[in-house]
Design a protein around this ligand. Structure first.
Ligand SMILES: Nc1nc2c(ncn2[C@@H]2O[C@H](COP(=O)(O)OP(=O)(O)OP(=O)(O)O)[C@@H](O)[C@H]2O)c(=O)[nH]1
Ligand SMILES: [Mg+2]
Length: 227
């Protein structure tokens, strides 16, 4: 018999000011943690430290690309259980870390590059915001300041705008698709209703993550356990 660890309960800590936000239900195994933040905030430094501590070699020669590392997540509780159980093999959980290039929102070219990274960020199960908390003349500051709280707020706002952009595109696609009598038309009509209601939420009033999908979901889930 073998015992396997479950990554779902692991916390991620960051040496810089960091905020971890839940990014919806895990979509794959292992759990993926994305490190995101403004340029030069220390993401790759943190990534390399975590990866190397986890026995994974990292190649950071392409700073314009995302880097992925898979690390084991040792848990002494699992070792203890394996001993108790007489298990021959112990398989610790693995975590994936994604080091995303800096999101530079100071000009249009930077915004375009950032737009390319949101699909990967969205596919992650946990986001860690890495913002600069250190003073160093050797490293250029983002927006000419060291202000971790303002950087976190900018990331939250950008995430919101990125979602809004995606939702708007989806609504346009759904409106188009329901004009045709396809096999998925009923589903698309319900999804459109849901998306239009979500798009009606003002970011200042409420976050989409607290939005109740209520009756639209109930109708969609009729006869099914999941939504
Ligand atoms: N003094 C100091 N320097 C740091 C710290 N963390 C990172 N650096 C330095 O800051 C510079 C940028 O660090 P990176 O880890 O490459 O930053 P990054 O966020 O990956 O940068 P991009 O991928 O270009 O956005 C490097 O020269 C690091 O050595 C820190 O905590 N203190
Ligand atoms: Mg980097």
């Amino acid at each position: 018999m073998a015992l396997c660890g479950n990554a779902a309960g692991f916390a991620v800590q960051c040496g810089h000011a960091a905020v971890a936000a839940c990014n919806g239900p895990p979509t794959r195994s292992p759990m993926r943690v994305a490190l995101i933040g403004p340029p030069q905030s220390g993401k790759s430094t943190l990534f390399a430290a975590v990866a190397e501590a986890g026995g994974s070699h990292v190649d950071l020669s392409r700073p314009d690309r995302s880097h992925l590392a898979v690390v084991k997540a040792p848990d002494e509780r699992l070792g203890w259980l394996a001993k108790l159980d007489g298990s021959k093999k112990t398989t610790f959980a693995e975590l994936e870390f994604l080091d995303v290039p800096g999101l530079d929102m100071t000009d249009e070219a930077g915004r375009d590059r950032a737009r390319d990274h949101w699909p990967d960020i969205r596919q992650s199960d946990l986001l860690v915001f890495v913002v600069r908390g250190f003073h160093s003349d050797a490293v250029a500051t983002y927006r000419g300041r060291v202000n971790p709280a303002a950087d976190v707020q900018e990331l939250l706002d950008e995430a919101l705008f990125a979602d809004l952009e995606q939702a708007t595109q989806r609504v346009e696609k759904l409106r188009d698709s329901i004009r045709k009598p396809t096999a998925h038309r009923d589903d698309n009509v319900r999804e459109l209703e849901l998306m239009e209601r979500m798009n009606g939420i003002s970011p200042g009033q409420s976050q989409v993550d607290s939005f109740s999908i209520g009756d639209v979901c109930n109708r969609k889930c009729k006869g099914s356990d999941t939504c």
